[in-house]
Write a protein that binds this ligand. Structure first.
Ligand code: SAM
Length: 295
């Protein structure tokens, strides 16, 4: 990717739009708005444009937009517990415009955060952080990695990652854009540097959605997905990979990680949101998983 990720801005816009609406109960990101260029900023910040945007614009294309909030809540709730129990390294893989570094409260002050992404996405993010007058902690590390080409474990170690400390990794909104070989390479590379007890939280799209026969049975989701895939491909970020959870568990096990939890985004969001699912309700085809490094 020779430019900053546009899907990173797209999902930051989802978080920004929800910040100004009732679904903030699921996950609230007050700084996402600072990560947006002028077009998305207007759509999220100006109330009638936001209404239109959520009903007619991007959210029509991305019906499962609440999954963006579900996965963030799923990851950060577990991070909070891990940090309470002594975890002191947090690695955000494919961080994009994740704003944890700006939102983190005092309970995270002893945690060293590593943000891993492409050089171009990181350059754009650092500029946005400077422009909005905010800053990250002095020991925050930006680690430039292309998962398709680089060895993420080696890059983390070069950046001061401590192999003697258990670590919490989040890998959200990224696996769908990577070839399986790159995912396997990264999981193995992380297993090599991660202390037992380390955790990965990740999300991925259901692999059955790549099967045209299966898609025929869920026409509404099929048409959304077709639009979403065409959109991300037009931005140079095609969606290429999906798994069913059992397949991912097997793949992860072969790389040194044991799946300890799996839930679909719809079930997970239902714990936090009241009422009947509406047009934005996440689908059961977005999976959230937790992996643990066991020796
Ligand atoms: C949809 S965004 C998700 C960002 C963030 N995790 C979030 O949930 O807001 C996908 C991110 O994955 C990163 N990404 C995609 N392919 C990558 C690769 N081969 N190497 C490193 N990062 C990659 C993009 O730069 C982008 O920031």
């Amino acid at each position: 990717m020779g430019k900053a990720s546009e899907t990173a801005e797209m999902v930051a816009a989802v978080r920004a739009a929800y910040h100004y609406g009732p679904e903030a109960a699921l996950f609230d990101d007050p700084y996402a708005i600072n990560m947006l260029g002028p077009q998305y900023w207007l759509k999220c910040r100006v109330p009638f444009l936001r209404q239109h945007y959520m009903r007619q614009g991007m959210f029509k294309r991305l019906k499962s937009s609440l999954s963006v909030l579900s996965r963030a809540r799923y990851g950060e709730d577990q991070l909070a517990v891990a940090v309470k129990n002594g975890m002191r390294q947090y690695v955000i893989l494919g961080a994009g415009f994740d704003t944890f570094a700006l939102r983190a409260g005092a309970e995270f002050k002893e945690v060293t955060v590593f943000e891993v992404d492409t050089l171009h996405s990181q350059a754009a993010k650092r500029k946005k952080i400077r422009t909005c007058g905010r800053e990250v902690a002095p020991d925050h590390r930006f680690v430039a990695v292309d998962f398709e080409k680089d060895k993420v474990g080696a890059k983390l170690i070069e950046s001061g990652f401590d192999t003697l400390k258990p670590s919490f990794f989040s890998w959200q909104g990224v696996l769908i854009y990577l070839e399986k070989e790159a995912i396997i390479g990264a999981l193995k590379g992380l297993a090599d540097i991660a202390m037992p007890g380390s955790i990965i939280v990740a999300d991925f799209m259901d692999g059955r959605l790549f099967d045209p026969g299966f898609l025929q049975t869920i026409p509404e989701i099929a048409s959304d997905l077709e639009r979403l895939m065409a959109h991300t491909a037009s931005k140079g970020e095609p969606i290429v990979t999906g798994f069913v959870p059992t397949e991912f568990a097997e793949l992860a096990e072969g790389c040194g990680w044991t799946m300890t939890d799996t839930v679909n985004s719809k079930e997970f969001a239902a714990k936090f949101l009241d009422g009947e699912p509406d047009y934005r309700w996440p689908t059961e085809f977005d999976h959230l998983v937790t992996l643990e490094r066991v020796q």
